[in-house]
Design a protein. Sequence first.
Length: 570
Amino acid sequence: MNMADGEKSNAVETITATIPFSSPILQSTSQATNSDDVYPRPPTPSEVKNLPHIIDHIPFAAWAAIFAGAFERFTYFGLIAPWQNYIQNPRSRGVHHAIPGALGLGQATATNISNAFFFVSFLTPMLFAILSDTKLGRYKTLLIGLGCYLVGCVVLVCTSIEKALDNGAGVPGLAFCMVFIALGAGSVKAAYVPFLGDQLRGGKERVEERKGRLVIVSPDRTLQFVYNAYYWFTNIASLSSIPVTYLERDYGFWQCYFLTTVALAVGLAFFVAWSTRFVRVSPQGNVLPKAAKTLVCAAKNGFKLDHAKPSYQQTKFGNTVPWTESFVEEIRKGLVACRVIFCLLIFYLVISQMYNNLISQAGSMILSGIPNDLPQAFSGVACIIFGPLIQWFYSLLAKHRIQFGPITRLVAAFIFCGLSMAYAAIVQHLIYSAPPCYTRPFRCAASQNGTLPNRISIWVQLPVYFLLAIGEIFGFVTAFEYAYSKAPKEMKAVVMAFSQLTAGLASVLGMAISPAAKDPNMVVMYSSFAGGMGLTAILFWWKFRHLDDVDRELNQTSNEDSESEVISRE
């Protein structure tokens, strides 16, 4: 799910990782080994084209990081799932089957506050990324951020207790906890994904002999698998939204926030307990000034990065510059990644609808005994179901030598998100066409003081979350993989933070349009989202489709560079 963060891989690939060499596909495409060859060795161009590419061994440190990250995601989704109700609706005070609430600030204000939180949580990663890449390293950055996170969760629990709400602590407590939770989530968004990638230390492609057959151990596929695994566990963790929605409805908000606080404490304990097993990349110093000078030099020379290379500067002007040819190439790849990631702006805006407007939409329908913020959990369920199927689809394309690169995957993500918003517009039209209040749910005399919703079942909304889930699988994992694999080795957290900054800008856009997020405008709003996603898919494919053709070469350069990084125990 998530946005957010942030914020979900695949059983089929897990099976492949466990018995990758007994597969009939591998055996049918592998070549017999030559007893004179020594393995492992670099592959030839012919072997790269014809031999099966498999994932490498996944070290314990990577699995430990995945499990620890899953507990943090459990907390994140468990926190944000009840927020729209907590902020929007007044306290029910014993009214049977009433929508749960606490602060009673209304839908537009609740959506605005939600988007403000997302914006801050997507803005703070840049601060933590700079600290991570230049001073602290990714592990220490994660620990500091998770500490802030835990403080925010404890404050939220304390200020959502009935007596605290009676004494007016709800709004100030929410403001305080949102700041600290946003700081914690920001550290995770900036440092966690690069930290997880660091645990692999994959190097370059190599040919190995497995059970009498030749295979290519692929760092690219290994990285993709690990991020898919993290995303799959994230989807399992996102199901925390199911128990918390029932807790908020049947008991109260502080109970569901207490559950998420305990989960975060467990995740933090995992990071501490396994600290000696994690690979920690030492910060390489502050390369941002050098990167800025490189870009300024390029701008002064016709906005061409090739003109910032030391060889050009020496030949043309007799200047000696304090960077290398390879550093300029890394900056080039990082800029390509940032341009691609920035195009996810509307994608992030659409995903965020799960946490505000779609919850409000569900609240105006017949709930059939379930909480109105429960359906978003079906996005996680759908990801768990569709994830292995999509991984099987990837393997099928690879078997037939059909390229399905990251740009194509992102286009697919945009298309499915556009379809989800088109369907959401249809659902909203059906709501407005249903009695008793039509285009004014809960705001007519026939609703019996706001207790009767329009006569349409909440289950009609379900396909929205299934379509969004497929879009997330194609989109989020590809964004993780692309940002990590293309970023300069000294700036991986910064590039990842740029991806979160893009999501933050999406939240700003959401805040700008939030005053219009009210009845009877919602059909037009969802239709606009669908049209925006469709236009983004077309323009994105037109501009970046050529990058799929050079993706492997770019990744190989990154893998070669990664072998020279200094690894240490901080």
